[in-house]
Each structure stands twice: as structure tokens, then as C-alpha cells.
Design a binder for this molecule. Structure first.
Ligand code: IMP
Length: 218
């Protein structure tokens, strides 16, 4: 079930303005980001809550599917939080982990996605409860296509969590089951989100600057 807007954190530049001086930014990115949108500590605290919501809704084993590459940091921290909950609170959610690289394609017939799993790995999803872990939903197209594709393998259930959802007019309306933050329609980097493979090594989620766009353009 899509998460309701009042259940996730609405990040706006007015409410959530942090100067670059307030936190530590690696020297090599100092000129390449214009503001810090979500500091790393806030991301971690939010993930603790998302893990709790997911565990509360889960009975039995869960296949947690990491969407590479951008989702890897959120996936790692979320899995750690779920493990901590099940260790300390006597809750039982056996986890298995899957890693999926998703590529969008468009030809003159249709739009779709290809996924990096082999046919036999896909067939193993049959009858399982899946949790898809994504970094950001922008237009929502990638996720909708991925979900269509996964249905071919008859999982028992599929839930989706995305750390970020972009507030954009280009959205197809798709909202995941568990959302961390809704963010303004800007290009963000950090916490494994990249711009041409750069910024994955930045901890905070930041808005890229014009300088950064030029410096790392391909
Ligand atoms: P969608 O199909 O438009 O929802 O696009 C989703 C994918 O686009 C994400 O998985 C990201 O890889 C990429 N993406 C969209 N917006 C951003 C951004 O602001 N920063 C980094 N990657 C982004």
C-alpha cells in the first residue's frame, strides 16, 4: 500500500536549509554541492524508523532486493537496522539478500527494463516475500516497469521502499510502501546517489552545484 504523505518527511529548502559550513564535506566536493539537503545523521535516524515499520508489517522470511548501484548504501544500513531489531527485540524476520542491476531501455515498440539476474535466479523468487530497496523514485517509470517484470516470476508479495521520492510534475504517481523523504525537484547526490559515478563517497544528501555539474559532465 503506498505510504501516505503525512507518514514521510517532506523536505523543503525553506525548512531544511543547512549551510555547507554546518557539516563536514570532503574537500574534493566543496565546490560541487550547493547545499546539504539531508545530513547523514538524519538519514540514519529515519532508516531506524523505516526498519521498524517494515519489521512490524512482516511475518516470515523476507528477500531483500538491492537495486544497484545507487541503492547499496540505503540497503546496507536498512538491513543492519532490521538485523538489530530482530536481535534485540526477539522479533523473527529471516533475511536473504539479492542484488539487481536494472537498466531502462526504449525502442520504437515499447519501454521497459532489463534486470541483471539470470533466469534461474529469477525463478527462485517464486512464492517469496520481496522487499525492493531503491535510492530514489523520480518519474517512477523504472520502478513500475521493474514491478511488472518481477510479477512474471510469481513472488508471493512485493513491497517497495525508497529512501527518497522526488516531488516532480514528471511523476507517474507511483509511491512506494515505505518512503524516507520527499525532496524538491532538484538533482541530488551523496549517500550512494551519483552524478556520472561521482559523489557516491559523500555521506550527506546534497544538491549538486553548477560547478559540480560542469566538473563531472561526460
Ligand atoms: P525514474 O525511473 O525516473 O523514477 O528514475 C529512477 C532512477 O533515476 C533512480 O534509480 C536513479 O538512478 C536516477 N535518478 C533520478 N533522480 C536522481 C537524482 O536526483 N540523483 C541521482 N540519481 C537520480
Amino acid at each position: 500500500m503506498p505510504m501516505k504523505p503525512e507518514e514521510y518527511i517532506d523536505v523543503t529548502p525553506e525548512k531544511n536549509h543547512y549551510s555547507l559550513e554546518h557539516f563536514v564535506i570532503p574537500k574534493h566536493y566543496e565546490k560541487d554541492v550547493s547545499s546539504i539537503l539531508i545530513p547523514h545523521g538524519v538519514i540514519m535516524d529515519r532508516i531506524q524508523k523505516l526498519a521498524r515499520l517494515i519489521v512490524d508489517d512482516t511475518t516470515g522470511p523476507l528477500v531483500v532486493c538491492c537495486i544497484l548501484k545507487g541503492g547499496h548504501q540505503y540497503f546496507a544500513d536498512l538491513v543492519n537496522q532490521i538485523k538489530a531489531l530482530t536481535k534485540n527485540n526477539g522479533m523473527s524476520v529471516p533475511l536473504s539478500l539479492e542484488f539487481i542491476r536494472v537498466k531502462s531501455y526504449k525502442n520504437d515498440q515499447s519501454e521497459g527494463v532489463t534486470i541483471s539476474m539470470s533466469e534461474s535466479e529469477c525463478r527462485e523468487l517464486e512464492g517469496k516475500n520481496l522487499l525492493i530497496v531503491e535510492d530514489i523514485i523520480d518519474t517512477g517509470k523504472t520502478m513500475v516497469k521493474l514491478l511488472e517484470r518481477l510479477q512474471d516470476y510469481k513472488p508471493k508479495s512485493v513491497r517497495v521502499t525508497s529512501l527518497l521520492v522526488k516531488k516532480t510534475e514528471r511523476s507517474n504517481g507511483y509511491i512506494p510502501d515505505y518512503v524516507g523523504f520527499a525532496i524538491p525537484d532538484a538533482f541530488v547526490v551523496g549517500y550512494a546517489l551519483d552524478y556520472n559515478e561521482y559523489f557516491r563517497d559523500l555521506d550527506h544528501i546534497c544538491v549538486i552545484s553548477e560547478h559540480g555539474k560542469k566538473a563531472y559532465a561526460v
